[in-house]
Write a protein that binds this ligand. Structure first.
Ligand code: AHR
Length: 496
């Protein structure tokens, strides 16, 4: 059996986990909003039309923040279409997803849904077809207390208190030619700078995220990020990045996606630090990884302007969930610079949660690693020193057979180890957990199965669910953990 040496020490830390690393995303895309979180005719709908069954399942994920309303959608969206009496709201063509937008949910409804779901919204302004003036007006409508036309309009629309949204995105993927109103880096830098100034004049307490690169393949990566940061370094708080992974047929390449994500993060961190040096600045720019997931992009089939079409409804397999777990480790391993990350997305579109119109809710395979890491990956990320054999991939070179990270939570005095075993055999991890005192394993939970391509379906919703296995026992601060072949693992340890 292959062996891995694994060292943790209470004093070797990477950073405190910012809970916003477990954020997610709801876009006006397909059935994310309509028949996803909102379905007035559904038997569980509340007085505003929000599905309570979906809300309950979302709560299990402990998502602190949700990005809204897009995504590509936001670059053609007029936020004014979604406020006021519902019967007067316009139906519009959404160019991004070739759908008809009914505007029955807008910013005020989303704010209410977020309060009910115990989630903070992270709001994006339209810098595609939108103007810098409208970006400022949007902040004013949402966050200004009263006494102006727009803040009084919000009050008239039923929200006496300002929404007080704290985090705002300066557009979405403006580097992409697919984006409505796509700009080059100079034009985006100048426009985003003017929008940022106005938005912070309206509410100096907000934080801003500028668009970084949409992926690592785009020709403008990473010079886009450098140029944008050169324009905006002093005005913004985060640079965004987006990355999706797909199984192109080579399982090793796909399993190794975690290595690509780390390389991507490291490149953006280096780029940000280069601009910091150029600017002679003391400010460190952190990352907002505001879109990440597994996404089968080839499967996209847009409709002819349907309302809430069932598009981008990827059904995730066990293999997808393993890769997903590896990506979550990559985010945590960079918690010193990745302060925010949004799983794209939350319901129906590329989501861990699927709904049937008028029917049930399904937890996809990816639901489970997200839930585990979000629930238990809190506290401090420890700097795990891992000596592991490697495996060969075409895309990422030779990489370790184990992708792992660990957190220590002072509040309940527990350590949690997350580990993906990419090997086709069981692997023995010889772990040494130093300076934590007496330790006892609480549980070892495994996600695996006979067939990597099994998915959870409405007919068989529990095909892939985590299982508790026999817990290993400590001897002299040492622990031997068996990670089953091709598995995702969570090992929780109590410090006594
Ligand atoms: O999450 C789906 C889409 O992916 C988003 O709308 C866009 O920003 C990205 O390309």
């Amino acid at each position: 059996m292959k062996k891995v040496k694994y060292f943790l020490d209470k004093n070797y830390k990477i950073a405190e986990v910012d809970s916003r690393i477990f954020a997610s995303f709801i876009e006006h895309l397909g059935r994310a909003v309509y028949t996803g979180i909102y379905e007035p005719d559904h038997k569980t709908a509340d007085e505003q039309g929000f599905r309570k069954d979906v809300m309950e399942v979302i709560k299990e994920l402990d998502v602190p923040m949700v990005r809204y309303p897009g995504g590509n959608f936001v670059s053609g969206y007029n936020w004014r279409d979604g406020i006021g009496p519902k019967e007067e709201r316009p139906r519009r063509l959404d160019y991004a997803w070739r759908s008809t937008e009914t505007n029955q949910v807008g910013i005020d409804e989303f704010a209410d849904w977020a309060v009910k779901s115990n989630i903070d919204p992270m709001v994006a302004v339209n810098l595609g077809t939108g103007t810098v003036q409208e970006a400022g007006y949007f902040v004013e409508y949402c966050n200004h207390s009263g006494g102006t036309d727009l803040s009084e309009l919000r009050i008239k629309n039923g929200h006496e208190k300002p929404h007080d949204f704290k985090l705002w995105c300066l557009g979405n993927e403006m580097d992409g030619p697919w984006q409505i109103g796509h700009l080059d880096a100079d034009d985006y830098g100048k426009k985003a700078l003017e929008a940022a100034k106005i938005m912070k004049w309206v509410d100096p307490s907000i934080e801003l995220v500028a668009c970084g690169s949409s992926n690592a393949e785009i020709a403008t990566f990473p010079s886009w990020d450098r140029k944008v940061l050169e324009y905006l370094y002093n005005e913004i708080d985060y640079i965004s990045c987006h990355r999706y992974y797909e199984n192109f047929g080579d399982e090793n390449d796909f399993l190794g996606s975690f290595a690509d994500m780390e390389k991507f993060i490291n490149t953006i961190v280096s780029t940000a630090d280069y601009v910091k040096a150029e600017k002679r600045s003391n400010k460190t720019m952190n990352l907002c990884f505001d879109e990440w997931n597994v996404w089968y992009q080839k499967q996209i089939k847009l409709t002819d302007w349907e309302e809430a079409p069932a598009i981008l409804e990827n059904q995730y397999s066990l293999l997808d969930a393993l890769v997903f777990g590896g990506l979550m480790c990559s985010l945590l391993k960079h918690a010193d610079r990745v302060k925010i990350a949004c799983l794209a997305q939350l319901v129906n579109a590329l989501a861990p949660i699927l709904t049937e119109k008028g029917g049930a809710v399904l937890k996809q395979t990816t639901f489970y690693p997200f839930k585990q890491v979000s629930n238990y990956g809190r506290g401090e990320v420890l700097n795990a020193i891992i000596e592991a054999p490697t495996f060969n991939t075409k895309l990422h070179g030779n990489i370790p057979i184990i992708q792992s990270t660990a957190t220590y939570n002072k509040e309940d005095n527990t350590i949690t180890i997350f580990a993906l075993n990419c090997d086709r055999e069981d692997v023995e991890v010889q772990a040494e957990l130093r300076s934590f005192g007496d330790l006892e394993v609480i549980e070892h939970v495994v996600l695996n199965g006979d067939d990597l391509y099994t998915k959870n379906t409405f007919e068989n919703p529990n095909a892939i669910v985590p299982k508790n296995v026999e817990v290993p026992v400590f001897k002299d601060e040492k622990l031997n953990i068996i990670l089953p072949k091709l598995s995702w693992n969570m090992i929780r340890v109590e410090c006594k």
